[in-house]
Design a protein around this ligand. Structure first.
Ligand SMILES: Cc1cc2nc3c(=O)[nH]c(=O)nc-3n(C[C@H](O)[C@H](O)[C@H](O)COP(=O)(O)O)c2cc1C
Length: 270
C-alpha cells in the first residue's frame, strides 16, 4: 500500500531537506530518496512539500495543488517593526456593525497562526447581540463577586473592577461591546488556550489592515477559562467544548498619532 509521501524520482536530488525540516522526524533518506517511516505521526504541516526546492515530493495529507507559491518578497524590517508597533487595543468604536463577510475576512488569518503539533481545531462564535453581551458582562461580574466571596487571591483587584462596573456604571468588563468573538476548542485539547492566544494575536495584527480594531477581553476570558457554568449556559457551549478566548471587534472611532514606548528590553545572553 502506498504511503502518504510519493517522490518524483526524476526530480528528486536526494538533498534530504524534507527529512531535516520534518517536525515529527518521520522522513528518512532511503536508497531511493526520502521515505516516510510512520504515516500516522504526520501532523500535516506541509513543511516537506513546501521546502522541496525541485517540487519532487507529494504528501497526500497536504497536497501541493492546495499550496500557493510564495510570490511576495519579505517586507523590510523597518516597515514591519513600525506596523507592529502601531497595533493598539481599541475600545471605542463607530456605531457601524462588522458584517459577517468582514468578520470572516478577519478570522481567516487565524487559520495560519501556529498551533501545538498543528492541532488547529479552533471554533469561532461571533455574537452581535447587545442584550446578550450585557448578560455576559453581568455574568462575569457575578463570577468576580463569587471569587471575592471565596477569598480568591484576585479578590482585591476584582473588588476594584466591580466598583467601576457596578457603582460607577462603566462597562470595564466588556467595554460596551456590540460584537464579541469567542474562541472555542475541544475540552481534550490541552493546548487550546495557547493556540487561541496565537490565533488572536494574528487577528489583532491583521485587523488594522481591514480598517478594524480589536481588544483581548481578559476578564471575560478568565471567567470562561474557569469554566463558569452560567457563562457556558449563556454561550450555549457544547459539553465537549470549552471557551479559550474572547476578542472585542469593531470599527475604531479614534486615530492614534504617536507610537508609545514600553519598558526596555530585558534579555540575558549566556
Ligand atoms: C491577556 C490580555 C488580557 C487583556 N484584557 C483586557 C481587558 O479585559 N480589557 C481591556 O480593555 N483590555 C485588555 N487587554 C489589553 C491590554 O490592556 C493592552 O494590551 C495594554 O494596555 C497595552 O495597550 P496596547 O494593546 O494598546 O498596546 C488585555 C491584553 C492581554 C494581552
Amino acid at each position: 500500500m502506498a504511503g502518504i509521501i510519493t517522490i518524483d524520482q526524476e526530480k528528486c536530488t536526494h538533498c534530504g531537506t524534507c527529512a531535516k525540516v520534518c517536525p515529527s522526524c518521520i522522513i528518512e533518506m532511503g536508497e531511493n530518496g526520502p521515505e516516510c517511516i510512520n504515516d500516522l505521526s504526520c501532523m500535516s504541516c506541509g513543511h516537506c512539500v513546501s521546502v522541496c526546492p525541485v517540487g519532487a515530493l507529494e504528501n497526500s495529507r497536504c497536497p501541493s495543488e492546495e499550496m500557493d507559491p510564495i510570490t511576495q518578497p519579505m517586507l523590510d524590517s523597518r516597515t514591519v517593526y513600525e506596523f507592529m508597533r502601531q497595533r493598539r487595543s481599541i475600545r471605542n468604536f463607530t456605531p457601524e456593525y462588522v458584517s459577517e463577510d468582514k468578520m470572516k475576512q478577519l478570522l481567516e488569518i487565524t487559520r495560519f497562526a501556529p498551533t501545538a503539533a498543528n492541532s488547529q481545531g479552533l471554533y469561532f462564535l461571533v455574537l452581535s447581540d447587545k442584550a446578550l453581551i450585557r448578560k455576559i458582562t453581568d455574568c462575569v461580574a457575578d463570577w468576580m463577586q463569587e471569587e471575592i466571596d471565596n477569598k480568591s487571591p484576585r479578590r482585591r483587584y476584582f473588588m476594584k473592577v466591580l466598583h467601576v462596573y457596578r457603582e460607577r456604571g462603566i462597562d470595564i468588563i466588556g467595554r460596551n461591546a456590540k460584537q464579541l468573538v469567542f474562541v472555542l476548542t475541544r475540552r481534550l485539547n490541552v493546548t487550546g488556550v495557547s493556540n487561541s492566544e496565537q490565533a488572536l494575536a494574528y487577528a489583532e495584527l491583521y485587523a488594522p489592515a481591514l480598517g478594524l480594531g480589536t481588544t483581548i477581553m481578559g476578564f471575560i476570558e478568565t471567567c470562561a477559562r474557569a469554566d463558569y457554568a452560567p457563562l457556558r449556559e449563556l454561550l450555549q457551549v457544547p459539553p465537549k467544548q470549552v471557551v479559550v478566548g474572547c476578542l472585542l471587534v469593531g470599527y475604531p472611532k479614534y486615530k492614534y498619532h504617536k507610537l508609545v514606548n514600553r519598558q526596555h528590553l530585558k534579555v540575558e545572553f549566556r
